[in-house]
Ligand binder design. Sequence first.
Ligand SMILES: NC(=[NH2+])NCCC[C@H](N)C(=O)O
Ligand SMILES: [Mn+2]
Ligand SMILES: [Mn+2]
Length: 303
Amino acid sequence: MNPKIKDQIALIGCPLDMGASLRGGRLGPEAVRLAGLEDRLKKIGYHVTDHGDVEVHNGYGHQRAQDNLNHLAMVKEANEHLYEKVDQVLDEGALPLVLGGDHSIAMGTIKASLNHYPDLGVLWFDAHGDINTDQTSPSGNIHGMPVAALMGYGASQLVDLGQRDHLLKKENLVYIGSRDLDQGERKIIRDLGIKVFTMHEVDALGAQEVIREALDYLTARTDHIHVSFDMDVLDPQVAPGTGTKVPGGMAYREGRLCLECVAQTGRLVSCEFVEINPILDHENKTAQTAVSLAGSLLGEWLI
Ligand SMILES: NC(=[NH2+])NCCC[C@H](N)C(=O)O
Ligand SMILES: [Mn+2]
Ligand SMILES: [Mn+2]
């Protein structure tokens, strides 16, 4: 166990899937529990408390909203509950590990973490940028918008979530594994000068060099790191249980290496594993992969 990381871990489920177009991500937290997350973390030496799921009300279909913010009320409510819970466990001195759920839940988790660590650095592992606004989104799905909202862009209903005193700074964000960015997202990323390591860089430089550069960049700015891990950053062959698959993703071993290097910094303060959809999975493979990667992120390999 890395001695610099907190020794208390708080597991929190956020079974929301209304931020996505496919239903089923609501089953993610339970699938990850069934894959043995709690025991895995206890074996490393942590005190683990499972706080169960926050209150979420999902619907059963998919509705395109006129204002391009699909299922806004349900997404907002779940995120407000998650914000309160993450804020509370951080007050208690634990490290929150949030299980999704679709990626819109990063708004609740990260807003709470920013409340405690205003200089928070975020490592965003994802095939996607999730930096659309209601103005740029081609789908209206809010799981494609959390990064913009965290930085203060887009719909005020999302920007205002939890607290708006501490927003994510554009220089404190690093993307890893991007390979499916919308036109509007490319412009925002370019205009803001956000640090991005696409799959091109992962392939050309190797995962070791990418994570070294990413961590050098972040640790020069902050002592506090959040990892937001969208399972679709992995290749669909490794992680089939996710709703927006993009070919050409990271290998399991590349993901593991990156997360082990994050653990080595001793600066992890909060994290989430999202977009696990058991309906699309094979024999809970994707949830099992999430459990292994959570072990890596929390320092499992150290002797
Ligand atoms: N968290 C995710 N899987 N996001 C996928 C987003 C896909 C697309 N960029 C959109 O805005 O609709
Ligand atoms: Mn995502
Ligand atoms: Mn994604």
